[in-house]
Design a protein around this ligand. Structure first.
Ligand code: TYD
Length: 203
């Protein structure tokens, strides 16, 4: 792959405000004259939207490996159809979730070995890792308030599950400090955005 663009991912708990921050960051890059592709994982392609529907709304037990492979199947399509072509055209690709969500949710929270996830992810994602990843860290209580009453399959998991997800993201940030930047997402939207901009200013 002849990558000319910039690949940035937005990670965090459900209710962390990452999607709002992605939109604001897209605006920031557009104002600077960059071509921006905003996308999301899972569901960034028409095929992926069908996979997303199963993942978020299947009524009944889903085996951990089935869940992992569905996220990976979505990613394989997403990478091929959308992310790599955009990066080859020199665009800025902003992606709502990516491999770190697989590591935090299927790894730290569901208990699948994270090395195994990374190895499988490297196969489907052709070893493409983000240039930069934001982890929007928010307390479990604030996240719960923001998610509200209508919850999808993963949002309906117990508090303990969400605690493991949060710990997972923070641990990943410790392991990959150059790539992953933690942002305090308990703050006001504008303050969170200004923390993001401080880091984007270096790119
Ligand atoms: P998201 O798009 O953030 O949901 P929403 O639009 O409701 O904010 O993410 C969908 C869910 O999928 C979220 O609970 C996290 C989960 N997820 C994983 O468990 N593994 C993964 O690899 C990815 C990408 C997401």
């Amino acid at each position: 792959m002849n990558k000319k663009g910039l690949f940035i991912t937005f990670e965090g708990a459900d209710g962390s405000g990452k999607s709002t921050q992605l939109k604001m960051a897209a605006e920031f890059f557009r104002n600077k004259g960059f071509e921006v592709v905003s996308t999301r994982d899972p569901g960034g392609t028409p095929l992926g939207q069908k996979i997303r529907e199963i993942l978020l709304h299947h009524d009944g037990k889903v085996a951990s490996y089935c869940e992992l492979f569905l996220y990976l199947a979505d990613r394989a399509q997403h990478i091929d159809e959308k992310i790599i072509p955009a990066l080859e055209e020199g665009k800025v690709v902003l992606c709502d979730r990516y491999v770190d969500s697989s590591l935090a949710y299927q790894g730290y929270a569901r208990g699948i070995d994270t090395e195994e996830i990374l190895m499988l992810n490297n196969i489907v994602a052709k070893s493409l890792m983000p240039d930069l990843t934001f982890v929007f860290d928010v307390s479990i209580e604030v996240a719960e308030q923001r998610v509200g009453e209508t919850k999808d399959r993963l949002e309906s998991e117990a508090k303990e599950f969400h605690q493991k997800v949060r710990f997972g993201f923070l641990d990943l940030a410790k392991k990959f400090p150059n790539r992953i930047k933690v942002i305090d997402a308990n703050q006001e939207i504008e303050k969170v955005h200004s923390d993001v901009i401080k880091i984007l200013g270096n790119y």
